[in-house]
Ligand binder design. Structure first.
Ligand code: BMX
Ligand code: ZN
Length: 325
């Protein structure tokens, strides 16, 4: 994972999710110089994401002298063209948006785009829990569950840039209706949003996830049982993934990764109790060390890796891996 060049440039980074857009400025060493976030502009039928990116981008370009843009986004992303080739209804009207073209044509700087959890995996591979790991999975628990699959040190993107949509494995056939149109998908049970909804249903009041975890930690057994049921669903999905991919590591990201050891001490035994012995040896489950910043850092890695390859004359259009070079 070496990138020898030093370009002394700052770039703008965006992480587009179904609830928030996180954004900031990152330098070539992957250090975050500035960050903030804004609610994603979506209505029941459409979104205004491109306008949000352009407004923020213009401001940040001027203020930080940024010379590029790296975007991590929910949805299935063609990282060659920068187009959102598919998105679930968590972001209405997003499908078909060409983020690269829209931003490049106005800001006049190069833009790279990749799926959000692929960026997270790369961020953790570069600077986090997955350093030195060649076979691992990332799961980001947010509005949905995004996934990334790294095999032999390369991001597995599939035949049409869509591999790793782990949130849409079926957990319960004929279960809850998912935003992808099918029923019983993993993310309807094990995402952060699913936990929030479950807590609201049981407690009959609005409760934020930090409040829920704080309550459970200080002895509220109803709150703890809500979390335990959610963990059990999360572990069921992970059991399937472990038997398919035999990973050496699973990295859990998204806001709940802030719960660190409390989360892991519940999740690990639940998963280990479900998998066959050969899969247990060497396999660890960790939370993202870069937390919510992993996506931003990973997207910047992709930008700087392309910049360096162009500089060295060995840029390959199809190179969308988090490989060592
Ligand atoms: C959905 C899907 C994934 C995404 C995941 C997490 C869309 C718009 N989203 O399964 O591509 O990775 O959610 O996204 O198709 P978030 O909104 O929770 O950040
Ligand atoms: Zn689904």
């Amino acid at each position: 994972m070496e990138r020898g060049g030093s370009f002394d440039v700052n770039i703008i980074v965006f992480d587009i999710g179904g609830t928030n857009i996180k954004y900031g400025v990152i330098n070539e060493a992957g250090e975050i110089l500035y960050k903030s976030s804004v609610a994603t502009a979506i209505t029941a039928e459409s979104n205004d994401i491109v306008r949000q990116l352009l407004d923020l981008g213009k401001e940040l370009k001027l203020k930080w002298g940024a010379t590029g843009v790296a975007i991590s986004s929910a949805g299935q992303i063609n990282s060659h063209t920068g187009e959102v080739i598919h998105a679930t209804d968590t972001i209405p009207g997003y499908r078909g948006t060409n983020l690269k073209q829209e931003i490049e044509s106005v800001l006049n700087v190069p833009v790279v785009v990749e799926n959000d959890v692929n960026c997270m995996a790369i961020g953790e591979y570069w600077k986090g829990a997955a350093k030195g790991k060649e076979n691992f999975l990332s799961l980001a628990l947010g509005t949905g569950i995004g996934g990334a699959i790294v095999l032999n040190g390369s991001l597995h993107t599939g035949a049409s840039f869509s591999a790793g949509e782990l949130g849409h494995m079926t957990l319960y056939p004929k279960g809850k209706l998912c935003t992808c149109g099918d029923k019983g998908c993993y993310e309807m049970y094990a995402s952060s949003l699913a936990l929030e909804k479950k807590a609201r249903g049981v407690l009959q009041t609005d409760v934020t996830l930090p409040e829920l975890f704080a309550g459970a930690k200080s002895g509220n057994s109803v709150m703890e049982s809500v979390i335990d049921e959610w963990i059990e669903d999360m572990a069921l999905g992970i059991k399937t993934l472990v038997h398919i991919f035999n990973p050496e590591l699973i990295v859990i990201g998204g806001g709940v990764s802030a719960q660190g050891s409390y989360l892991l001490e519940k999740l690990r035994p639940s998963v280990y109790g479900k998998i066959m012995p050969p899969f247990r040896s060497l396999m660890s489950i960790e939370v993202a060390q870069q937390g919510n910043d992993a996506n931003l850092i990973g997207s910047s890695f992709l930008f700087f890796r392309d910049l360096e390859a162009r500089h060295n004359g060995d840029y390959v259009e199809s190179s969308i891996t988090c490989d060592k070079k």
